[in-house]
Design a binder for this molecule. Structure first.
Ligand code: ZN
Length: 313
């Protein structure tokens, strides 16, 4: 297992009092340090060739044109002078995580800011400048070409409390990319109905009622999300790992615990290992700075003694 992050992600300044703040990632990295779980710095930004697999040339040009600027990159997407650089590196770290997974690492984490899953093919929105997970998934698909599993696709399991509308938009007409999204409904961005299935039945939306707890999430994972992933049979699995379904999150109304996230990660890990599918976890939302670190540590440990023994030293 490898955990990637970078100090540049702390330089993304969303302004005073904004919930998507640098303290979120600071808390996660401090919790990893306290738990004896090492992380390494990611190597660089995403390239245009990588970004253009998920975004239009106009959107990539728009984002690059904002380098050094402050203001808004899109609806509800505040940026400061180093935010675009951070966004390019966030996508780059997620691409690197896929490279490492495809080189044989069974599990890689990309702990990044800004988050990505609301960014569509054509625009930034909802705190998301570039769609890190979609850029990396389509990069992974590119990497599969010419290999023995060329026929297999990539899947994203999105358990952020908000619907992964951007990933859905980017994957919509691709038979080789599957999105399974668990999300609170109704809630921002007010998409993600069961009827939204993609051009090839490759989108599986699982809306959940406000107040869903650990048991409800684990049941939805077992009964609906994992069977959907089995039907698709991906060669690579990425997780849009948001932690805003945690109880008392200021932006949502779910009732999960850190331990519940750990169980969910452990179940996904056992599913993937049984099928020889590498997993890349990508940080999305989660706005309880006091508890975000516990959630990530619970997922990294995930009840898997092999992981704990390997990293605890
Ligand atoms: Zn969210």
């Amino acid at each position: 297992m490898t955990i990637l992050s970078h100090p540049l992600f702390l330089e993304h300044d969303t302004g005073s009092g904004h919930p998507e703040c640098a303290d979120r990632l600071k808390a996660v990295l401090a919790a990893l340090d306290a738990a004896g779980l090492p992380w390494v710095e990611s190597a660089g930004p995403a390239t245009d060739a990588e970004l253009l697999r998920a975004h239009t040339p106009a959107h990539v040009a728009h984002v690059r044109g904002l380098i050094g600027a402050s203001g808004q990159a899109g609806d509800e997407t505040p940026i400061g002078p180093r935010s675009i650089e951070a966004a390019l590196w966030a996508a780059g770290a997620t691409v690197e995580a896929v490279d490492r997974a495809q080189a044989g690492d069974p599990e890689v984490w990309a702990l990044v800011r800004p988050p990505g899953h609301h960014a569509t093919r054509t625009r930034s929105m909802g705190f998301c400048v570039l769609n890190n997970v979609a850029v990396a998934a389509l990069h992974g698909l590119h990497g599969l070409h010419g290999r023995e599993r060329a026929a297999a696709g990539v899947a994203v399991l999105d358990w952020d409390v908000h619907h992964g509308n951007g990933t859905q938009d980017i994957f919509w007409d691709r038979a080789d990319a599957c999105l399974v999204s668990l999300h609170q409904d109704p809630l921002y961005p007010h998409s993600g109905a069961v009827e939204e299935r993609g051009a090839h039945g490759n989108i599986v939306n699982i809306p959940l009622l406000c107040g869903t707890d650990d048991d409800g999430y684990l049941q939805a994972l077992e009964d609906r999300a994992l069977p959907a992933l089995d039907r698709f049979g991906p060669a690579l699995l990425l997780i849009s790992a948001g932690f805003d379904a945690l109880q008392h999150d200021p932006l949502a109304g779910m009732w999960m615990t850190a331990g519940g996230f750990g169980k969910m990660a452990a179940r996904v890990r056992s599913w993937a290992r049984a099928r020889g599918v590498p997993v890349v976890f990508v940080l999305e939302g989660g706005y309880r700075v006091d508890a975000l670190g516990d959630c990530v540590v619970a997922c990294v440990r995930g009840g898997d003694p092999m992981v704990s023994n390997g990293l605890d030293g």
